[in-house]
Design a protein around this ligand. Structure first.
Ligand SMILES: *Cc1c(COP(=O)(O)O)cnc(C)c1O
Length: 222
């Protein structure tokens, strides 16, 4: 029989709390972001009913479709964790509380111009995979500066996606690098770690783990 969402949520929280204990960190330091991309709006309601409050979506258009299907969910926050094109910044600003994937000054300015207080993170590209987005580490200082000059944006930290590998330990150098970059810029937030490597991420200082598969099961290809 398939595990219920409640059981899988318990399982993920158990993994997180074990990893925190091993790392000598408080559980309250690490936020669980429930990644609901590809799944229907009803799964967000189901997760909310259990007590989840932070949700991650990858595509502006997909969430634009799903959002009107949801009732008011007081206290819920929605994070954009997929690449954002400048021309979709306005829509993203309307739909999301947090944009974790700011990758350049132009996008930062577009979000700032919306005139709405917004929390943002900078996505940093630490691998040379073609498919990955994010700002080059060499340009990070400039992007951070630009965001700090935006009155409506609150920069909370950095986000990265290492190359996918079944062996989560392979992510470690990427996570360590992100932590160093964040420290060098006086940033406390680190969005790193997914279903397969959240323990390693927590050891390396993650403050937000983004978990899809371990909570909701396998995704159909979009
Ligand atoms: C899909 C996705 C996740 C969740 O990945 P899982 O392996 O299903 O936990 C996390 N972060 C980003 C940026 C994603 O696109």
């Amino acid at each position: 029989m398939q595990d219920s969402l409640r059981e899988r949520w318990d399982g993920v929280r158990e993994r997180m709390s074990t990893a925190c204990a091993k790392a000598g960190r408080a559980e309250s330091e690490v936020l669980l972001l429930a990644v609901t991309k590809v799944f229907p709006a009803t799964i967000i309601e189901e997760a909310y009913a259990l007590g989840m409050r932070e949700f991650g979506e990858n595509y502006v258009q997909e969430f634009e479709r799903k959002r009107p299907l949801l009732p008011e969910l007081p206290g819920a926050r929605f994070h954009l964790i997929g690449h954002l094109q400048s021309n979709k910044a306005k829509k993203a600003g309307e739909l999301f509380n947090v944009v974790q994937t700011v990758d350049g000054p132009k996008l930062a300015r577009r979000l700032d111009e919306l005139g709405k207080p917004m929390e943002v993170m900078v996505e940093v590209k630490l691998s040379d995979e073609e498919s990955k987005h994010g700002c080059d580490p060499a340009e990070l200082s400039a992007v951070v500066e630009a965001i700090r000059g935006c009155a409506n944006l609150k920069l909370t930290g950095l986000m990265t996606i290492p190359p996918w590998d079944e062996d989560g330990a392979k992510s470690r150098p990427y996570f360590a690098r992100l932590r160093e970059l964040a420290a060098a810029h006086g940033l406390a937030g680190l969005s790193m770690g997914m279903s397969n490597d959240l323990e390693v991420a927590i050891q390396e200082g993650s403050t937000i783990v983004r978990v899809g598969t371990a909570l909701f099961g396998r995704r159909q290809k979009a």
